[in-house]
Write a protein of this length. Structure first.
Length: 312
């Protein structure tokens, strides 16, 4: 038997309340990979689902020996689910993709060919549009990617997805990064390796509802900025210095005006507005510092990223 025939690809699928989508994903992916050049297996990670996701996974695992699953004791989040999948995977190659079929499984064979024939360590995907999303959500997503491009030293293109095909050497490097506060899109870029980006059109979910509200996405973007850049701390310091200089200049101006024209009692509304503005600015800066301290606090406690209740 050739070395190529022994190679295997592990497909990691984080799942949270995806009982309707999993059977459709399983059928579509099997169809897309029916002529795949290497063996493949599924590793579903049940992230504390409250529906019948685990029952569906157990049923699939009982029918198909290629299906494996890891089930958490509670919901730890998609980042923890992806990390668990990477840590538990055994394939020579690893694919991460969602269960809702927004990540096209028919791209996998071409991703494999790029890794084998073009010398890439990873083939990652990016959406070329956000068709079907609310405009305000798309606008903030574009702003986030623009910010990350300028303030973070990681390779993350606009529209980047978690859907990617990686060699084992890259997977092992990612697993070694055991930080509690995880932002995988940034970690993928931070570890380096030769990556090819391929575009695809945005797709709608085949079943179920999205778990990412605008507020959760906003929180996730803050996690990414704090995890891979200290620029907000620098900005708050610079802004504070600028306003100190402006306040000193204003103080000199008021002192000179009082000497020349006297000191009439006026301007208290503008003074109140300035006090409110500066107080808000101070609280904003303190909030930035607090976020970095909170992340340090969570890392120092050393709690596990996830807890496995059962697996197969």
């Amino acid at each position: 038997m050739s070395n190529e025939a022994k190679e295997k690809c592990t497909i990691i699928v984080p799942c949270y309340n995806e009982e309707e989508a999993i059977p459709l994903f399983y059928e579509a992916t099997n169809e897309a990979l029916k002529d795949f050049a290497i063996d493949y297996e599924y590793l579903f990670v049940n992230d504390g689902s409250k529906d019948k996701t685990l029952d569906v996974l157990k049923d699939l695992a009982g029918k198909d020996e290629k299906v494996h699953y890891v089930s958490f004791s509670r919901n730890f989040g998609k980042e923890a689910a992806m990390y668990a999948g990477l840590k538990e995977s055994t394939g020579d190659y690893v694919v991460i993709m969602d269960a809702d079929l927004q990540d096209p499984p028919e791209l996998i064979p071409g991703m494999y060919e790029s890794v084998i024939n073009e010398g890439y360590d990873c083939v990652a995907t990016r959406r070329v549009n956000r068709k079907g999303e609310p405009p305000i959500r798309s606008m903030f997503a574009n702003i986030f990617y623009l910010l990350m491009h300028f303030i973070a030293k990681v390779d993350m293109v606009p529209g980047a997805r978690d859907f990617r095909f990686m060699k084992r050497v890259m997977v092992d490097a990612i697993v070694e990064i055991g930080e509690y506060n995880r932002f995988s899109k940034g970690i993928f870029g931070w570890v380096g390796f030769n990556t090819k980006w391929i575009p695809f059109e945005n797709r709608k979910r085949v079943a179920g509802k999205t778990k990412w509200s605008f507020f959760k996405l906003f929180q996730y973007s803050i996690e990414g900025i704090v995890a891979f850049s200290t620029a907000p701390l620098v900005w708050s310091s610079i802004i504070g210095l600028i306003f100190c200089v402006l306040a000193f200049i204003a103080l000199i101006f008021l002192f000179v005006r009082a000497l020349i024209f006297g000191d009439p009692v006026s301007g208290w509304p503008s003074l109140a507005c300035m006090i409110t503005f500066f107080a808000g600015l101070q609280l904003f800066s303190v909030g930035i510092i607090g976020m970095y301290i909170s992340k340090t606090y969570l890392e120092v406690k050393g709690r596990p990223i996830y807890i496995v209740k059962e697996k197969k």
